[in-house]
Design a protein around this ligand. Structure first.
Ligand SMILES: [Zn+2]
Length: 185
């Protein structure tokens, strides 16, 4: 791992024949638990990435106790983020529609309407303050998962990526350009 990378290490491997390092991908502590990462199938050709499978496969990753996210924790975190963003969008749309209505009637936008933007800001700040869906996915992001179990991940930790390549001689390090740099949140 001579060449360092700011964005992480892109590694392609067969998820059915893989040996994960015995350390946590997030904190490098000895792994004594199991975390889960969903393997969604994305439609890469679509303009907006759409999930093809609603019953995704999962990767079981050895992690420490602290970073062993359960499926429920992952789902809750994702729905909380979606809810905050959704509310912000709804309130902003309300503000926009009301403003247009006032402008169409050639009435100045009343002051109270501007206060509708306060919760939008609060919601967006809360959204950004939330930790990523989980730290495990942040450190080990699935950037591509194809048919037949081939998976490409972005590993943030050089230590973990080196250990991963040592344990899996058939895994390939690929460049970000080859992956197409698709990031899904
Ligand atoms: Zn950990």
């Amino acid at each position: 791992m001579s060449e360092s990378s700011r964005d992480g290490y892109f590694i392609r491997f067969d998820s059915k024949q893989v040996t994960y390092p015995d350390i946590c991908p997030v904190c490098s502590a000895p792994a004594d638990a199991t975390g889960w990462i969903y393997l969604y199938e994305y439609d890469a050709d679509a303009l907006i990435p759409t999930i093809r499978s609603l019953n995704p496969d999962k990767l079981r990753i050895p992690t420490c106790e602290d970073h062993a996210y359960t499926e429920n924790e992952i789902a809750n975190s994702k729905s909380l983020r979606a809810a905050l963003l959704g509310m912000a969008i709804v309130i902003f749309l309300y503000f926009t529609i009301q403003s247009v209505l006032f402008l169409v009637q050639q009435i100045a936008i009343p002051l109270w309407l501007y206060f509708a933007l306060v919760p939008v800001v609060v919601l967006l700040v809360a959204y950004h303050q939330l930790p990523p869906a989980n730290e495990l996915e942040e450190m080990m992001l699935i950037v591509d998962s194809g048919k037949g179990g081939t998976v490409t991940v972005r590993l943030k930790s050089e230590n973990y990526a080196g250990e991963f390549l040592r344990l899996n001689p058939r895994a390939q390090r690929v460049s970000e350009e080859m992956v197409g740099a698709q990031h899904f949140g």
